[in-house]
Design a protein around this ligand. Structure first.
Ligand code: 5GP
Length: 208
């Protein structure tokens, strides 16, 4: 049985990683989404236990104390964390798990789980990123400037990932990420069992 893949996707705010991840999950039903915990308030339509576990700061601190997180980080003044939630056991059972987390969290996970797949999503350009964030209409001029400055710093950290995908169109980005996942599933080091067949062939080979 092949161990499941830990797939970690990050990208600066406005890169469109939420939309890309939703499409990946819809197309690959065998991949489970890791629901994060956060102290930020829910946006309209967000449901506790679906998009996030919405916690108070005290609850979040209690989860930290109880060592319930694989990683956590502070992003734009709120805390976000990946619940351990038996991730290791689930991977060992062959389940693939997708984390959509920020760069700080991803680098922490990379230290603990170096055989994960770390994918960094880039916007086609900074001008396009600015247009996309402005288009959401949720930012003040100040917070837009802060997010863009932050994006430049985050993009540099993207060099630490294994793969980079430009989100020019959702379709292209999704197709590339699906190809990465397919290729990773075929890696020799992930498939020692398949070589059992090779061993048998070697014995058979002498009788050919
Ligand atoms: P948003 O508030 O827009 O849903 O997310 C803000 C940022 O927090 C995004 O960059 C998102 O990837 C990141 N994020 C979401 N969940 C987690 C998590 O569990 N851990 C970390 N480190 N970042 C997260």
């Amino acid at each position: 049985m092949q161990k499941g893949l830990l797939i970690v996707i990050s990208g600066a705010s406005g890169t469109g990683k939420g939309t890309v991840c939703k499409k990946i999950l819809a197309d690959l039903p065998e991949v489970a989404y890791s629901i994060s915990a956060t102290t930020r308030t829910p946006r309209p339509g967000e449901v506790d236990g679906k998009e996030y576990y919405f916690l108070s700061r005290d609850e979040f601190k209690a989860w930290i104390a109880e060592e319930k997180f694989l990683e956590y980080a502070e992003v734009y003044g709120n805390f976000y964390g990946t619940p351990l939630n038996k991730i290791e056991e689930r991977l060992n059972r062959g389940e693939d798990i997708l984390l959509e987390i920020d760069v700080q969290g991803a680098l922490n996970v990379k230290k603990k789980c170096p055989d994960g797949i770390y994918i960094f999503l880039l916007p086609p350009s900074l001008e396009e990123l600015k247009r996309r964030i402005e288009g959401r209409g949720t930012e003040t001029a100040e917070s837009l400037a802060r997010r863009l400055k932050n994006a430049v710093a985050e993009i540099e950290i993207g060099r630490e990932y294994n793969y980079v995908v430009v989100n020019d169109t959702i379709e292209n980005a999704v197709a590339q990420i699906k190809s990465i996942i397919a290729a990773e599933r075929c890696k020799v080091e992930r498939n020692p069992d398949k070589f059992q067949l090779g061993t048998r062939n070697k014995e058979l080979g002498t009788s050919f």
